[in-house]
Design a protein around this ligand. Structure first.
Ligand code: SF4
Length: 179
C-alpha cells in the first residue's frame, strides 16, 4: 500500500497544494470523451500523446483498474492570451514527470503520471508516436485516456466548469497513479 504521509510530503515539496486521493476505480472512463477527441478537437491526429495515438477506451479502463491508489492534482490558471496556455501546460507536464520519477525511485515501480494536457513538451508536435522526439517522456492526458474529468472532479468536490472564453479561469487536472 502507498504511504500517503510520505507521498503527501513529496507532493508538497514539489509545490502541489491542491490535490485529492482517489481510488482509481472512481476515475470515470467514458466513450463520449473519446468521441469528443475524435470529433471536435484540433489536436486529434496532430499530437502524439492524443487519440488516435492512445489505447482503446476499454484498455484505458483496464489500465486504471490495475492500480490501488491515485492522486488527482488540481491546477488553476487564467491566461492573458489563448496561446499562453501551451507554455503553462509544458511547464506543468515537465514537473509531473519529475514527480513521477521521484515516486518511482521511492520503490513505487508502477508510478505513472498523467499529464494535465496533451503533451506540449515540444512547441511543434510531430503527431505520431513513431516519430515522437521524447518517447520516454511523453504521457497521455486524462482526456486522451477517455477520463471524464468533469464527473471525476465533481465526485471529489473539485471545481470544474464548461468555459466559454479562454480569458476565464481554468481548472485543469492531472493524475499520479501509484503502486
Ligand atoms: S514529446 Fe514532442 S513530439 Fe512527442 S508527443 Fe510530446 S510534443 Fe509531441
Amino acid at each position: 500500500m502507498a504511504d500517503r504521509d510520505v507521498l503527501e510530503k513529496i507532493l508538497r515539496q514539489h509545490g502541489y497544494s491542491s490535490f485529492r486521493w482517489i481510488d482509481p476505480e472512481r476515475i470515470v472512463v467514458a466513450g463520449w470523451v473519446r468521441m469528443k477527441c475524435r470529433y471536435g478537437c484540433d489536436d486529434y491526429g496532430r499530437n502524439a500523446s492524443c487519440p488516435p495515438n492512445v489505447p482503446p477506451v476499454s484498455e484505458c479502463r483496464e489500465f486504471f483498474s490495475e492500480y490501488s491508489t491515485a492522486v488527482m492534482l488540481h491546477f488553476a490558471k487564467q491566461v492573458e492570451a489563448p496561446e499562453d496556455r501551451y507554455a503553462w501546460s509544458r511547464s506543468v507536464n515537465r514537473k509531473l514527470l519529475e514527480l513521477e520519477r521521484e515516486v518511482f525511485l521511492l520503490g513505487y515501480q508502477k508510478a505513472f503520471a498523467i499529464f494535465m494536457d496533451c503533451c506540449q513538451l515540444c512547441s511543434d508536435c510531430v503527431g505520431t508516436r513513431a516519430e515522437c522526439r521524447n518517447p520516454e517522456s511523453v504521457r497521455p492526458s486524462p482526456e486522451g485516456l477517455a477520463v471524464d474529468v468533469f464527473a471525476t472532479a465533481r465526485q471529489l468536490g473539485l471545481p470544474i466548469e464548461v468555459l466559454s472564453d479562454y480569458a476565464q479561469p481554468m481548472n485543469r487536472y492531472g493524475f499520479l497513479l501509484v503502486e
